[in-house]
Design a protein around this ligand. Structure first.
Ligand SMILES: Cc1cc2nc3c(=O)[nH]c(=O)nc-3n(C[C@H](O)[C@H](O)[C@H](O)COP(=O)(O)OP(=O)(O)OC[C@H]3O[C@@H](n4cnc5c(N)ncnc54)[C@H](O)[C@@H]3O)c2cc1C
Length: 401
């Protein structure tokens, strides 16, 4: 049976985040953004709402909510600011849900439980100076020495890099396969901040998501215990892609929230601002922009909810999640540009939020698969050049776990 009604739990979560973010973050977000400041105090508040373990089962310290709740949380957080949703994307989507599916019981106890409870913060380290879209181009290597790996390499553009306790790091563990660019030579590791012997704390200079934290770090023969290998040796690339299925889902739902924020701010402004003796909302060309925002919002919401439904069912959703991420992020760029346009010169000032939305939306068109990579993926599915083969570990269905 198909239902578009939210359950009581889903509605309650949506309402609690809306109230919390509206009360605690919205009044301060412009100042945080202007000051390029990530407020760490937000993390314990998110933890107390259960958000840092939102779709992690209660047996692992999480809130045990379904994957639709993860989407709703992403949408509500990004309605206020993208930096809030990014926390959920890396901590829950890319890292914790990956440990839930691929981690050993010991890793779940040592890392997933404190992450779900919010006492430890986690992120995801794939990107390097020489490789973003081309993940096989990473240069980081992990050399096995007895019961440890020595990891050497550099990661950049890492969200929460200056805040995270645990990093899910990808490296080549087979140097011959590295030369052949054979992804079965890549492995995934949990690297604790305390393992990092060299750490460069200068945050990345960005022009968007200014209330968020993005950084980089170098690893010079960092010792990682063998028990911190996630999955088996050689499964790192699959794990990196699996993680993106969860991260992209939060990005899709978040971009949907940003479209809604653009729509609401624009409707509000269009009812107040007058030109030629009438509200600008009366002009047909302004109506066109608002109508486009509404259709983009509704379509984006349906797309991420379909992906969330597939996750709840325990069904593969790489294709559907990718489509949702691609569509909604591109639509959010359109909505933010049009929201600035509707606000005229005021949209170009910091006094109104739409300029911040405009700066924030662009990142999501780049990270977790650029617009171009997603276009290619969708075309390849159509052409039969791409099919999703089963992986050894899958995200557990919500009902059955
Ligand atoms: C705010 C922010 C936060 C981020 N957080 C993280 C994080 O937490 N962890 C992490 O690992 N990474 C993170 N990233 C990095 C992000 O995932 C990469 O930037 C992204 O994968 C793109 O890689 P790139 O920047 O190297 O661009 P490139 O891969 O160099 O691409 C450059 C351009 O070429 C195009 N292009 C590349 N290949 C093709 C092709 N085959 N066909 C057509 N066009 C192509 C791209 O679409 C793009 O337009 C973050 C980035 C940003 C901006």
């Amino acid at each position: 049976m198909l239902s578009f009604d939210l359950t009581d739990e889903q509605r309650l979560l949506e309402q609690s985040i809306r109230e919390w973010a509206g009360r605690e973050v919205a009044p301060r977000i412009r100042e945080l953004d202007r000051a390029h400041t990530f407020d760490r105090g937000i993390l314990p508040q998110m933890a107390s709402l259960g958000l840092l373990g939102v779709s992690v089962p209660t047996e692992y310290g999480g809130a045990g909510m379904d994957y639709i709740c993860l989407g709703l949380a992403s949408e509500e957080l990004e309605y206020v600011d993208t930096s809030l949703r990014v926390i959920l994307s890396v901590h829950v989507g890319l890292n914790s849900l990956t440990l839930l599916a691929w981690g050993t019981e010991d890793q779940k106890q040592r890392y997933l439980v404190p992450q779900a409870q919010g006492t430890k913060i986690a992120t995801y380290g794939l990107t390097e100076p020489s490789a973003g879209s081309d993940a096989r181009g990473i240069q980081t290597v992990a050399i096995k020495r007895g019961d440890r790996y020595e990891v050497t390499g550099e990661k950049m553009w890492i969200s929460l890099a200056d805040v995270a306790d645990n990093f899910l790091v990808f490296a080549w563990s087979d140097l011959q396969k590295k030369q052949q660019r054979d992804p079965s030579g890549m492995s995934a590791f949990i690297v604790e901040r305390s393992f990092l012997v060299f750490y460069d704390t200068a945050p990345t200079e960005k022009w968007g998501i200014l209330a968020g934290n993005t950084g980089h770090f170098k690893m010079d023969a960092v010792e990682v215990p063998a028990e911190n290998l996630v999955g088996r040796e050689g499964e790192g690339f699959k794990i990196a892609m699996f993680a993106l299925d969860q991260g992209r889902y939060t990005v899709a739902a978040g971009a949907t929230g940003l479209i809604r924020a653009c729509r609401d701010a624009s409707v509000n402004y269009a009812r107040q601002r007058k030109t030629f003796g009438v509200e600008i909302g009366s002009h047909q060309l302004v109506k066109e922009l608002l109508a486009q925002m509404e259709s983009d919002y509704q379509a984006s919401r349906l797309l991420w909810q379909r992906a969330g439904w597939l996750k709840n069912e325990g069904r593969r959703n790489t294709r559907e999640t990718g489509l949702a991420k691609w569509f909604s992020t591109v639509a959010s760029e359109r909505a933010a540009g049009d929201a600035v346009q509707i606000h005229g010169a005021n949209g170009y000032s910091d006094e109104y939020p739409v300029g911040r939305f405009y700066r924030n939306c662009k990142g999501a068109v780049i990270y977790e698969g650029t617009r171009e990579i997603h276009k290619i993926m969708q075309a390849d599915y159509l052409l039969g050049y791409r099919t999703d083969r089963p992986t050894r570990c899958e995200l557990p269905a919500w009902e059955t776990r």
